[in-house]
Design a protein around this ligand. Structure first.
Ligand SMILES: Cc1ncc(COP(=O)(O)O)c(C=O)c1O
Length: 420
């Protein structure tokens, strides 16, 4: 009898990846794929960047596991300093875990302990993870929650300012969603019992939707007024993905707490929360920990990742190549106005949203195009509640030529699907 992987693990492609280099993955036969999924926004420095590989090889020979509730290791102290250089004042304190969802749980513990309040506000379409608290905060799709309800209580969901979904202007969308946020505070969770507001500045799994102008500022102002902790979940949008180091920087509001993972360590499991020492000190000592969090090899990979991001100007690159990618996709969309209803950034966190002749979500075309793109040799991912959005997350080291090649493959895939 042979043993198999659980059928509960689903996969969006049929690729058996044996090797990765830069923007490409290679299968057993040596076939190359242009990887514009980056392992769901993780391998921002590309697959197996030589500097990351070298740092990891060196660290493995020095120390693999310096368990951080037992001993400290120098890589973590160094990494804290390095990320610290990218944190806004007064955020100067970090706790490390492995997965994004663990960091979300850590943030939930902290905001509850620090305020003595129980409730959390999240936004419609958010994805914060699959563990107990994070899952209760996730509303991007019923698939994640189905069969698991009732979930943790004390989570309240406010509308996310999705301009395209509402079909309104930027200002109308911001105003409506702030008004509804106030209504939530007046009707479901009073400020005095609300510990934290968690928001993805660019919605990830929920459809790659940036917040509208003025929205983060409005939320930050309300948080300040009521002593609620304002949390930015930058797990998918951080480390240059959107053309700024943090996606919240596109607006004019600074969070009290930042959650990070994915792009932090080029594929090694590492996540973190960052807040001011004052806020961190309001948590209960010993309440945060874990066997593997802040692993020495992952920390070395993260330091090398930051070296690459800084030395190769990947944040600026993400901003400028994002303009190139969205420009090419908008051109393509204009050839198919009733198929691709919207193309949006920012940076290299780009969405193409498929709609039918009436402007309704069109998951059938999106899914067929994803498959046809794979056949062309281009890997992309879907997202959004209806699965009608295709997201473009190339590594930040991607070249302009690779972007053009990817869009050409996509054009051919789309043509094939539409002519079937
Ligand atoms: C914004 C956001 N938060 C949290 C998570 C959870 O991260 P992980 O899958 O590493 O647990 C994700 C994962 O996609 C995410 O996009």
């Amino acid at each position: 009898m042979s043993t198999h992987l659980s059928p509960l693990l689903t996969q969006s492609t049929n690729v058996l990846a044996v090797r990765g280099a830069g923007s490409h993955l290679f299968d057993e036969s040596g076939r190359s794929y242009l990887d514009f999924t980056s392992g769901i926004g993780v391998t921002s420095t590309g697959h197996c960047h030589p500097k990351v590989v070298e740092a990891v090889r060196h660290q493995v020979g020095q120390l693999i596991h310096g368990q951080v509730t037992t001993v400290m290791h120098p890589r973590l102290l160094e990494l804290t300093e390095r990320i610290g250089a990218h944190l806004p004042h007064p955020i100067d304190s970090m706790f490390f875990a492995n997965a994004g969802t663990e960091a979300v749980e850590a943030a939930v513990r902290l905001v509850r302990q620090a305020t003595g309040r129980t409730n959390l506000i999240v936004f419609q379409g958010s994805f914060h993870g699959r563990t107990t608290a994070a899952l209760a905060m996730t509303t991007s799709k019923t698939t994640y929650r189905a069969g698991l309800q009732p979930l943790m209580s004390g989570v309240f969901v406010a509308p996310f300012p999705s301009k395209f979904r509402y079909g309104w202007s930027e200002d109308q969308t911001t105003e409506f969603c702030l008004r509804e946020f106030d209504h939530l505070l007046a009707t479901q969770t009073s400020p005095a019992e609300t510990a934290g507001v968690f928001i993805e500045p660019v919605l990830g799994e929920g459809g790659y939707v940036p917040v509208t102008a003025g929205f983060l500022e409005g939320i930050a102002e309300r948080c300040r007024q009521h002593g609620i902790i304002f949390v930015a979940d930058e797990v998918q949008s951080g480390f240059g993905r959107t053309g700024k180091f943090w996606a919240y920087e596109h607006g004019d509001a600074t969070p009290d707490l930042i959650i990070m993972a994915k792009g932090i360590a080029s594929g090694f499991p590492l996540s973190a929360i960052a807040a001011s020492t004052e806020l961190m000190s309001k948590g209960w000592p010993g309440s945060q920990g874990g066997t593997y969090g802040g692993n020495a090899v992952a920390a070395a990979a993260a330091i090398a990742t930051l070296d690459v991001i800084e030395q190769e100007g990947l944040v600026e690159r993400s901003a400028s190549l994002g303009v190139v990618l969205t420009g090419l996709l908008k051109e393509l969309a204009s050839e198919h106005p009733y198929r691709i209803g919207d193309v949006r950034g920012p940076g290299l966190m780009v969405a193409t949203e498929f709609v039918d002749d009436f402007g309704n979500p069109d998951p059938a075309t999106a899914k067929a195009v994803l498959k046809a793109a794979e056949a062309e040799g281009l890997l992309l991912l879907g997202c959004g509640a209806y699965g009608n959005i295709i997201r473009w997350i190339p590594p930040l080291i991607v070249t302009e030529a690779e972007i053009a090649e990817g869009v050409d493959m996509f054009r051919r895939a789309l043509k094939r699907v539409l002519s079937e």
